[in-house]
Design a protein around this ligand. Structure first.
Ligand code: GLU
Length: 467
């Protein structure tokens, strides 16, 4: 029987969902969802100062925006602290941990002496083998009785076999002198208790894995499958930082990239499936595996993101795009759409989504369906409506009264009127655009006419001619 895959995302609340964290969450989600497994969320909130409800909420909001759903309720690491302590006591009882009474001063003195003598400064506690009967009733920490000889092996699906000599790892603290568990213990106990089978996370945790492997060994628990993924770098190949621009997923939401596009883009940041660049969730879930994760850091590439985004926008159903735009407007604190605007947007979407790289680009192009008369024209549009073109519009309008409202007929009528003035169609377009949209960015004039219909077209042309 194969066991069900269980993955998890275990962020520490920092106030926002980092793009690297989002990618880690996505990899775990894809891995589980592609295998009928479970994807769990654990908030590592043991740093009480940083772990505010708002900071946790920012992570949930970011994941929800990205479309990554988790199974069950998120768990809180802090709330499990009693269980962590219980496991430490179990290790004390089975001889895999010991109470260490060395004070900070004694440890510092140990290190100073080791340094002076040119020995390793790794602390070797004198209490490691002291029988309980000889232990004082004093404050103490609980340390892991880690093996002193041999190697600890981390079999990593991305990094390969990583071995660390045990004499390079000290007896790590499991419980502090105030009885609180350390991070290293908490992670292992939580992952074990949650039944996590695969730990997929940033390679900044690779060193922790060796220590965590020792705790698994001490408890006789099977280790999970490890996969430490290289961190994301900026476009210049340097470690990602603020100066590279957007770090939090909410910034990508504010730039108007649809979540489906972000999922596709983030999946390709460090993972590949042959030459496939553009894919949907079903394909990603089907294809995602740990073998496809590269060993070198992936670089953020906004051009590529635009390309991926444009692909997804072009493929999305019109009504889904309208919903996405509403979500975008709400998230960026912009006014909501009226029913008339929504209907207009739906009707126009076929000529708005082509080549749009982000939702704001659609909104800009959609201006002509979002406005109502009298039109507020920008300067370029006002200039386009000179005396000559206003005269032409006046001539054109009556001809539209009884024309059949099709692209071919409209094109024929407008071309004929332009011809009559010795003009090419293209010369008339700016005036028509100014009359219909009041802005230079819009779909083609014929698309606008078709979308807003005869009555509104005539009304806008009449208004522009009289302006
Ligand atoms: N809480 C850790 C972090 O945010 C992740 C720990 C883990 O995935 O094991 O970096």
């Amino acid at each position: 029987m194969t066991t069900q895959v269980v993955t998890r995302f275990a962020p520490s609340p920092t106030g926002f969902l980092h793009i690297g964290g989002a990618r880690t969450a996505l990899f775990n989600w894809l891995y589980a969802r592609g295998r009928g497994g479970r994807f769990l969320l654990r908030i590592e909130d043991t740093d009480r100062a940083r772990s505010t409800p708002e900071a946790t909420q920012a992570i949930l909001t970011g994941l929800t925006w990205l479309g990554l759903d988790w199974d069950g309720a998120p768990t809180s690491q802090f709330e499990q602290r009693e269980r962590h302590a219980e496991v430490a006591r179990e290790m004390l009882a089975n001889g895999h941990a010991y109470k260490c009474f060395s004070t900070q001063e004694e440890i510092a003195a140990f290190r100073d002496a080791a340094k002076a003598e040119g020995r390793s400064t790794l602390f070797l506690s004198p209490w490691r083998d002291t029988p309980e009967s000889q232990q004082p009733d004093l404050p103490h920490v609980v340390r892991l009785k880690a093996p002193r000889e041999g190697m600890t092996l981390v079999k990593d699906e991305v990094q390969g076999d990583v071995t660390i000599r045990n004499d390079q790892l000290d007896d790590m603290i499991l419980l502090r002198s105030d009885g609180t568990p350390t991070y290293m213990l908490a992670v292992v106990v939580d992952d074990h208790d949650m039944g996590v089978t695969h730990v997929i996370r940033g390679d900044d945790h690779l060193n922790n894995a060796a220590r965590q492997a020792q705790i698994y060994a001490a408890m006789g628990w099977p280790q999970p499958v490890w996969a430490h993924i290289p961190l994301i770098h900026g476009p210049d190949g340097k470690k990602l930082s603020k100066r590279h621009g957007a770090l939090g997923v909410e910034e990508y939401a504010a730039m108007g990239y649809p979540p489906a596009a972000m999922r596709n883009y983030l999946a390709r940041l460090g993972w590949s499936h042959g030459d496939d660049e553009l894919f949907d969730d079903a394909q990603a879930k089907d294809w995602f595996d740990l073998k496809g994760i590269g060993k070198s850091p992936a670089r953020l590439d906004f051009k590529k993101l635009d390309h991926v985004s444009s692909y997804h926008i072009g493929r999305m159903a019109d009504d889904d795009l309208v919903n996405e735009i509403e979500r975008f407007l709400a998230a960026t604190q912009q006014p909501t759409l009226s029913q008339v605007q929504k209907d207009g947007l739906s009707a126009a979407m076929y000529c708005l989504k082509d080549r749009a790289k982000s939702l704001p680009q659609i909104i800009e192009k959609a201006h002509f369906v979002l406005i109502s008369r009298p039109l507020d024209r920008d300067e370029k549009s006002r200039k386009a409506l000179d005396d000559v073109s206003r005269g032409i519009l006046t001539e054109l309008t009556p001809q539209l009264q009884n024309a059949s409202w099709t692209r071919d007929t409209l094109e024929a009528i407008v071309s004929q009127v332009a011809d009559g003035h010795g003009l090419k169609l293209g010369k008339l377009a700016p005036a028509l655009r100014a009359a219909l949209a009041g802005r230079p960015v819009s779909p083609s004039v014929f698309d606008m006419m078709l979308v807003i219909g005869r009555e509104e077209t005539i009304a806008r042309l009449t208004e522009a001619a009289a302006d």
